[in-house]
Design a protein around this ligand. Structure first.
Ligand SMILES: CC(C)(COP(=O)(O)OP(=O)(O)OC[C@H]1O[C@@H](n2cnc3c(N)ncnc32)[C@H](O)[C@@H]1OP(=O)(O)O)[C@@H](O)C(=O)NCCC(=O)NCCS
Length: 184
C-alpha cells in the first residue's frame, strides 16, 4: 500500500501554471483553437496540480460544465492556472482558469474556466487512496473551499453516485434560500 503524507497543504504548494502558443496544428479550419485541444491542456494542468497536492498518481473522475466564450486565434498565447480548492476523502477538486493574449501580451482576456475532480490512485493496489486536506488562506481560497462541497454533491447527483435526498449541503443551502423573503 502506497503512503503519502496526509498533513494539510497550502493551495500555493500545488498551484500549476502552464503556457501554450497556438500553432497551426491546434486550430480548426477557421484558424481558431480547437475546443478539444484546450480541454486536453486543461486536463493536464489540473492533473499536475492534483498529483502535486495528493503526492500520488491521479485519475480524472469528472469535468464540470465548460463553455467557450470567445475564439482563441492562431499565434495567441494561452495561460492555464490550476489550483486545488478542496480535498475530500480520496478525491480533490481543481479549479482551472484560462486566459489568452497576443504573443506580445496585447489584447489580454479571460477565456474560460472549469472544475475538475481527480481521484488519488494507490500505485500498488490501483485503488483510490486518502488525500491530504487543503488549508485555504486567502478570501478567494476560503470561498472556493466553502462552496466546493455543494459543487461536489451536485456533480455526484448528476453522475448518479448519490441520491438527491442524500445531498445534505445542497439541502441546507436551498433551505436557507427558502427563508429569504423576496420583495413582491
Ligand atoms: C474515478 C474512479 C477512480 C473512481 O473509482 P470508484 O471505484 O468509482 O471509487 P468510489 O466510488 O469509491 O469513489 C472514489 C472517489 O471518487 C469520487 N467520484 C467517483 N465518481 C465521481 C464523479 N463522477 N465525479 C466526481 N467524483 C467522483 C467519489 O466521490 C470518491 O471521492 P471521495 O473519496 O473523496 O468521497 C474510477 O471510476 C475510475 O478509475 N474511472 C476512470 C478514470 C479515468 O480513466 N479517467 C480518465 C483518464 S485519467
Amino acid at each position: 500500500m502506497q503512503s503519502n503524507s496526509l498533513e494539510g497543504k497550502l493551495v500555493s504548494q500545488s498551484k500549476t501554471v502552464m503556457t501554450e502558443m497556438i500553432m497551426p496544428n491546434d486550430t480548426n479550419p477557421m484558424g481558431n483553437l480547437m475546443g478539444g485541444y484546450l480541454m486536453r491542456w486543461m486536463d493536464i494542468a489540473c492533473a499536475v496540480c492534483a498529483a502535486r497536492h495528493c503526492g500520488s498518481q491521479v485519475a480524472t473522475a469528472s469535468v464540470d460544465h465548460i463553455s467557450f466564450h470567445e475564439p482563441i486565434k492562431l499565434g495567441d498565447v494561452i495561460t492555464l492556472t490550476a489550483t486545488v480548492t478542496r480535498a475530500f476523502n480520496t478525491s480533490v477538486e481543481i479549479y482551472v482558469e484560462v486566459s489568452a493574449a497576443e504573443i506580445t501580451g496585447a489584447n489580454p482576456r479571460q477565456s474560460n474556466h472549469a472544475y475538475f475532480t481527480f481521484v488519488a490512485i494507490d500505485k500498488s493496489t490501483g485503488k483510490p487512496m486518502k488525500v491530504p486536506s487543503v488549508i485555504p488562506l486567502t478570501n478567494d481560497e476560503k470561498k472556493q473551499f466553502e462552496v466546493a462541497s455543494r459543487r461536489r454533491e451536485l456533480r455526484l447527483i448528476l453522475a448518479g453516485k448519490i441520491k438527491p435526498e442524500e445531498a445534505t449541503e445542497l439541502r441546507s443551502f436551498f433551505n436557507e434560500i427558502d427563508k429569504i423573503k423576496f420583495p413582491v
